[in-house]
Design a protein. Structure first.
Length: 125
């Protein structure tokens, strides 16, 4: 057995690992409930001023990315994006939500929308 460390993860290695993981997980998870979700806002010129990208993983809506441009902040757009994603997630069968963020990003925003902190990582040891 040979264990290696790399800082250049190839698509081949990633797919090989994920194929094995999905094969194992298929015993326990209904993958037909998985999928992606995008919620985007564009201005009159068609330029994106905010958006959210999430993955549906069974009963979980996992919000991967949320961004609102500087010019569109503090007007409720982020909350609207979150509410629309939550509504669509519920429509698709999601009953849980997951968001991860850094303290310098949007933690206070997420808490303001009603989400609560359940796990806080303070560092590697």
């Amino acid at each position: 057995m040979d264990i290696q460390i790399t800082h250049q993860v190839t698509e081949f290695d990633k797919e090989e690992l994920l194929t094995g993981l999905r094969s194992y997980n298929a015993q326990f998870v209904d993958f037909s409930k998985n999928g992606q979700l995008g919620v985007y806002c564009r201005n009159e010129s068609g330029e994106m001023v905010g958006g959210l990208i999430a993955d549906r993983k069974g009963p979980w809506l996992c919000i991967d990315y949320l961004w609102v441009s500087e010019s569109a902040r503090n007007c409720g757009l982020g909350s609207k994006l979150m509410a629309m994603a939550e509504k669509e997630g519920l429509r698709k069968g999601c009953v849980h939500g997951l968001v991860d963020t850094f303290s310098f990003q949007a933690l206070p925003f997420y808490e303001k929308t009603g989400l609560y902190t359940s796990n806080v990582a303070t560092g590697l040891s």
